[in-house]
Design a protein around this ligand. Structure first.
Ligand code: ADP
Ligand code: MG
Length: 255
């Protein structure tokens, strides 16, 4: 059994009187793909915001590699190795793909800004990371193109690359395939699945069909609570899960 990278313990989030997240316990294992699914209003985004430090939990604890990060700032979490790849684009449109990745790689080592004499070395390390990421994400042919010129699907791939370039302990993704066409969705699914070999990925997904063949573990949420957690096959066949998604099955969201 691999080590736990991230865990929550009795985590609750309140908006005024409303309890959006109630006593959530879950754990993400190293080098796995872990998805969080659930119908609208289940509390997925609230959970992510708590993990990123954007909302302060009303109760409970968050640990990263055994260290309590419940009160850590947003930037502290990034420094400790929590990287995000989000729908909201964070790319520098006029800079080349390679330059975007280099900035992301160097952002992972902010203390080097205080040691300018080590500049050439850190730059070399960053460039090596950039080459690795370009190869891994099949972006080599696009390395010198401006990020703003890439297709939507290519930009989303680059965003994942930006997260990887920071050499994170944990990669958070919010609906990584939302707004994508069918071909791009297949590519992103393959990419996320392959990341699980040597990265820890946690992502939110609204569409249950998408997560089932790429996740090692699925946590299903409903009304602010964990309904069930387990491997995809177990989760898919759970009667409670099917009931939670019933409304969406009618609109064809469950596959
Ligand atoms: N800032 C907020 N203020 C008040 N209620 C909120 C706020 N954000 C979310 N909620 C409510 O909390 C519940 C969970 O929302 P959310 O975490 O966005 O769920 P999901 O991402 O699963 O759709 C919903 O009922 C939503 O209306
Ligand atoms: Mg949401």
């Amino acid at each position: 059994m691999s080590a736990t990278v991230l865990s929550t313990h009795g985590l609750s989030v309140r908006y005024g009187d409303f309890l959006a997240l109630a006593d959530v316990d879950f754990a993400v294992r190293e080098n796995s793909v872990h998805s969080i699914i659930g119908p609208n209003g289940a509390g997925k985004t609230s959970l992510f915001h708590a993990l990123m430090g954007r909302v302060r939990p009303a109760a409970g604890r968050i640990e990263l590699n055994g260290r309590d990060i419940t009160d850590a700032s947003d930037s502290d979490r990034v420094r400790l190795g929590v990287a995000r790849s989000f729908q909201v684009t964070s790319l520098f449109a006029t800079l080349a793909v390679r330059e975007n990745l280099r900035l992301a790689a160097q952002g992972a080592r902010p203390w080097q800004a205080l040691a300018p004499w080590r500049g050439p070395m850190s730059n070399r390390a960053a460039l090596a990371t950039v080459d690795e990421v370009l190869a891994r994400l099949d972006l080599k042919a696009l390395a010198d193109r401006a990020a703003g010129e890439l297709s939507h699907g290519e930009q989303r791939r680059l965003e994942v690359g930006m997260a990887l370039a920071a050499r994170p302990r944990l990669i958070l993704m919010d609906e990584p395939t939302s707004g994508m066409g069918v071909d791009d969705i297949e590519g992103m699914k393959r990419l996320i699945k392959s990341l699980g070999a040597d990265h820890t990925v946690l992502f939110i997904e609204h569409n249950m069909g998408i997560v089932m063949n790429i996740s090692d573990t699925v946590t299903v949420m409903r009304a602010g609570r964990v309904l069930i957690e387990g491997p995809p096959a177990v989760v898919r066949d759970d009667p409670e899960v099917r009931r939670a998604y019933l409304g969406e099955m009618i609109t064809g969201d469950l596959s």
